[in-house]
Design a protein around this ligand. Structure first.
Ligand code: FAD
Length: 398
């Protein structure tokens, strides 16, 4: 049987990971025909366009993990990519500040981890914090030199442009028909069929659903965690990036203060369960999606294991005063009036059946298919190496 393919590699998802994959494929194998299908009218409308905009150094991640390797390499590459294409960015450095004695051992462990990952770290006593951030208080801190900020939406646009791929916006994939000996045909919401030899699933918040449409059992579910942000009305209170010491039980970094490339300071994100995959506020509820989250045993196991942490996050989501108090531990001069609500983001966090929050990036293959099943922070920072790895796997499946 002779089949006409519309492309060699069909990528679902026009976020930074899908676009970086398309970019890497056309660089590694010029002439390969790549089509990206994105349901929104433009690139980067979900996680990629709703994050903290931080180029992470890689300090937090277990040495040897994909996150550590790709973040360290990816941060340097991201700075170079931005410089090459005139994309707004800056290498600002950042502070991680301990405000409680119980956090001191974890701060020291981070210093160690940073050194293992080859990241320059300076340890600071309480009085030295003011050298960097006069309004910030803490018992001790570390300064990480290689952290930066950039405009990830502009990066995604440049990757789309530079990839030479055909990018079809406003194209939602609703069905997948995969024949291991032939290739993949997808049906779009408008009734078109697009055929490719290999499928790459970079659907972010919907990646587990796309995996299931191909017939693969991903053995995980995306549990969406919303991160809410405020804008600081007095941005002069913060010079750069200020983070708390993260709780190692969670893959989230805690509410931080980040001066973005536009000069504004964002405060957030917290981590609360979203009631829809794209649930950017408490008012957005999608019963089918919520039902699928609740039907996953892992969701209940997280709730049982981490209810105390979750209750604190919920309280800080529902009460601005509670949120302000939490921020005040780092920045005592902040008041409720200084915090102006701004757009939230939702993290696509993979959760296993036993309730494990998948920590590392997770890339899986099926016949003629590559699935990116866990690409939370720092995947925007690490998007160039991730894209190359996904591209390598897709090209070897051709
Ligand atoms: C609150 C928050 C803060 C963060 N802060 C940082 C940070 O400071 N630094 C950092 O490095 N990372 C950060 N991250 C993580 C980073 O944003 C993500 O890791 C990265 O954007 C993931 O990119 P993606 O392409 O996988 O997903 P996305 O950007 O979500 O893209 C997936 C795309 O798939 C499309 N799609 C889904 N289903 C379909 C379908 N059926 N058909 C067609 N298209 C479909 C969606 O519309 C979407 O555009 C943060 C994330 C959040 C949420």
């Amino acid at each position: 049987m002779r089949i006409t393919y519309d492309c060699d590699v069909l990528v679902i998802g026009g976020g930074i990971v899908g676009l970086s994959t398309a970019y890497a494929i056309t660089r590694a194998a010029p002439g390969t025909r790549v089509t990206v299908l994105e349901k929104e009218p433009g690139p980067a409308r979900h996680q990629t366009g709703r994050n903290s905009g931080v180029i992470h150094s890689g300090i937090y991640y277990r040495p040897g993990s994909l996150k550590a390797r790709y973040a360290v390499r990816g941060a340097a590459e991201m700075v170079k990519f931005c410089a090459e294409y005139g994309i707004p960015h800056a290498v600002t450095g950042k502070l991680i500040v301990a405000t409680d004695r119980a956090e001191l051992p974890r701060l020291h462990a981070l210093v160690q981890r940073g050194r293992e990952n080859g990241i320059p770290v300076r340890e600071l006593g309480a009085s030295q914090i003011a050298e960097y951030e006069p309004e910030v208080r803490g018992l001790a801190a570390i300064h990480v030199g290689t952290t930066g900020i950039c405009d990830f939406v502009a990066v995604a646009r440049q990757l789309a442009h530079g990839s030479g791929a055909e990018i079809r916006y406003g194209t939602r994939v609703v069905r997948v028909d995969r024949r291991p000996e032939l290739g993949v045909a997808v049906l779009t919401a408008s009734g078109d069929v697009v055929r490719g030899r290999v499928l790459v699933n970079c659907a972010g918040l919907q990646c587990d659903e796309i995996a299931r449409l191909t017939g693969d059992d991903p053995d995980m579910r995306i549990v969406p965690f919303r991160g809410e942000y405020y804008e600081l009305a007095r941005p002069e209170l913060v010079r750069g990036l200020v983070y708390p010491v993260p709780d190692p039980a969670f893959p989230f970094l805690g509410v931080h203060l980040t001066r973005g490339i536009d000069g504004g300071v964002h405060v957030g994100p917290n981590a609360v369960p979203a009631l829809a995959r794209e649930g950017y506020g408490w008012g957005t509820v999608r019963p089918r999606e919520l039902g699928s989250t609740l039907a996953w045993p892992g969701s209940w196991r997280i709730a049982r294991r981490h209810w105390r942490y979750g209750a604190g996050e919920l309280r800080r989501s529902l009460s601005k005063r509670a949120f302000t108090e939490a921020v005040g531990r780092l920045l005592p001069g902040v008041s409720e009036d200084d915090l102006v609500p701004t757009a939230a983001g939702v993290r696509a966090q993979a959760v296993l059946r036993d309730g494990t929050l998948v920590d590392d990036f997770l890339i899986r293959e099926g016949p003629r298919t590559v699935h990116v099943l866990n690409a939370p922070s720092p995947a925007a920072t690490a998007s160039l190496p991730i894209g190359r790895e996904v591209a390598r796997r897709a090209l070897s499946a051709l």
